[in-house]
Design a protein around this ligand. Sequence first.
Ligand SMILES: [Zn+2]
Ligand SMILES: [Zn+2]
Length: 236
Amino acid sequence: MTTLAAVLDPFLSLLYPPRCLVCRALGAAGLCTACLEQIVSVADPACPVCGHTVDLNDGCLNCLSRRPAFVRARALGAYEGVLQTAIYHFKYRDRPQLAGPLGRSLASFARDQCAHLNDLKFDALQPVPMHSTRRRLRGYNQSERLARVVCTELGLPLCDALVRSRPTRPQVGLAREARCHNLAGAFTVRRPEEVRGKTLLLIDDVATTGSSLSECAAALRAAGAAAVYGLTLAAG
Ligand SMILES: [Zn+2]
Ligand SMILES: [Zn+2]
């Protein structure tokens, strides 16, 4: 903090007291406990592989046509309500501080789900990378901020070996087939020695069909990773 900012900080806190970004309650900078408690779990029945809600008649549309390259993926909640609003602020409204409360909730969820997540025996956590152009525009990669908090909470190191080697269109609004095509070859491992033989956990904000996680897992596996799992804030 600069000297001026340090002097101004108490006055700014009086003028703009910390508030929950979702419900505007005073006191919690970022996300309040009441909002965190309103996060809705992914509805049952869930796919044992990708963790998304499945249709009992059709099975899992994400995994049926093409088995994902990750072993299993799980999401803290459904992409709706409080969680959807929080992710919107986190990604698009320049609120990187949401990584704190969201990351701590994600780590606690990972502990609950450890039976599905290799008993949390990971060599490192790898955030889903953002292309350097978009990262410069946004100023930060939300998945990396999230992964750093989860790493601290779980006492695991961060892996930074994966990069998005070409820009891709946002996956939002693309059909399932188009999503896979959009991402094909988008990820590369710049330091294969960091992933060779390792069991890794990918971290991302939202998994819509799981195709980003799967493409990342495929790139890591091709570079020699032993196994890759996925953990996201939201599914859907
Ligand atoms: Zn709130
Ligand atoms: Zn599935």
